[in-house]
Design a protein around this ligand. Structure first.
Ligand SMILES: Nc1ncnc2c1ncn2[C@@H]1O[C@H](COP(=O)(O)OP(=O)(O)OP(=O)(O)O)[C@@H](O)[C@H]1O
Ligand SMILES: [Mg+2]
Length: 360
């Protein structure tokens, strides 16, 4: 390592294009997503000739490229789209405000404008309108149903529109009311979790685009891939690469080593655990706490412990979410019914400590 004497010493950097590692960067090629991109493009196509877009639901676990694919398709077409991330809105008026802003580029005229007035204005501002609600799982059930029914009704009234929703699992159907289910028949586009080799290739391509020539070797990509695969979170792999580059730069090295990637992982693993915990509702955290505190070995035993505050269907929905976020694993038991064996993916103390921190 060279000794630092002045700013001019910091000429070499591990990064050629640092923006490649930014969370909102959309790579030119979304590898292994050709089928999904084609499905979205063909569902959007009718709108380009003045018809309704095909209503679509994108389904897949976290970090499987849902947002990237949807954003790529809507930004490549000349259409009016109201894209809103539901995890950033709590009320129906916030949702309508988000859609209105995204469609018109304007701030709503005054506070307290009603949902239907704002939505009506958004629809009136364009010949046709695609509404995209990302992370729709985060939306309150009632609001979700309301917005679906609203868009369907607008179509019945002759407006040209489409509604795309993004969910992390296919149990979204249970969130829809009977009324909504009878009028909303979306095309479902599935985003499978990436395998080890797929993650390796995605991370390798990012590294080639973002790092300077000769700044990294396959060993670093291998390490980041292992961690991303283990936690089923491609974002952790991207974080490790970016952070390892920053650490190598900071230490004046001319090549990122696996030791830098390991340090990056140590920093990142807390961050990622805390982030996924902060996406849980109060009841989901309570259930997760029960799983890690109590010694229930199967979902049946666990349900006996929590049945005084949780009904059966909701219990299973919440378990599916915890499994999806890779906080627990569930393996089918052939003994009886829906009972599955519970595997805790984190050490008890580590998880309970992190839960305490996000809840305080
Ligand atoms: N096929 C791919 N090729 C390159 N990068 C990808 C690919 N899929 C995902 N990524 C990258 O992984 C990260 C997560 O992707 P994205 O945000 O699209 O996932 P998501 O499915 O919307 O996740 P979540 O459900 O958590 O919102 C982004 O940085 C994205 O660029
Ligand atoms: Mg997303």
């Amino acid at each position: 390592m060279r000794r630092f004497t002045s700013l001019s010493d910091v000429q070499w950097s591990a990064f050629r294009n640092p923006e490649v590692f930014e969370p909102d960067y959309i790579p030119e090629i979304l590898a292994f997503r050709d089928a999904q991109l084609r499905a979205l493009a063909s569902n959007l196509k009718p709108m380009l000739s003045g018809m309704n877009a095909v209503d679509t639901v994108c389904i897949g676990p976290p970090a499987t490229g849902k947002t990237s694919c949807v954003r790529k398709i809507i930004s490549s077409a000349e259409i009016r789209a109201g894209y809103v991330n539901a995890s950033l809105v709590r009320t129906r008026s916030e949702l309508a405000t988000g859609i209105f802003k995204a469609v018109t580029g304007l701030t709503p005229p005054r506070r307290g404008v009603s949902f239907s007035e704002l939505m009506g204005r958004a629809f009136d501002s364009a010949d046709s309108l695609l509404i995209v609600i990302d992370d729709a799982t985060a939306l309150n059930e009632k609001i979700l149903n309301e917005v679906i029914v609203y868009v369907c009704r607008m179509k019945e009234m002759g407006y040209k529109a489409g509604l795309w929703l993004v969910f992390t699992d296919s149990r979204y159907v249970s969130l829809l009311s009977a009324d909504t289910g009878s009028i909303f028949h979306p095309d479902e586009v599935f985003f499978h979790a990436y395998g080890y080799d797929e993650i390796f290739e995605i991370l390798m391509e990012r590294a080639k685009a973002g790092f300077s020539a000769g700044a990294f070797g396959e060993d670093v990509i291998d390490f980041a891939t292992g961690m991303a695969f283990e936690t089923a979170d491609l974002r952790l792999g991207l974080y490790i690469l970016r952070m390892a580059g920053i650490i190598a730069d900071r230490e004046g090295k001319e090549r990122i080593g696996v030791d830098d990637a390991e340090k990056a992982y140590e920093k990142g693993k807390w961050l990622f655990l805390t982030r996924s915990l902060s996406n849980l509702s109060r009841d989901e955290r309570r259930l997760l706490k029960a799983i890690y505190e109590l010694d229930a070995e199967t979902t049946g035993e666990l349900f006996d412990e929590v049945r005084d505050w949780l009904y059966y269907e909701k219990f299973h929905r919440m378990l599916a979410k915890l499994e999806n976020l890779r906080l627990i694993d569930l393996k089918l038991e052939y003994r009886k019914g829906r009972t599955r064996r519970i595997f805790r993916r984190f050490e008890r103390d580590v998880l309970l400590d992190a839960l305490e921190r996000v809840s305080s």
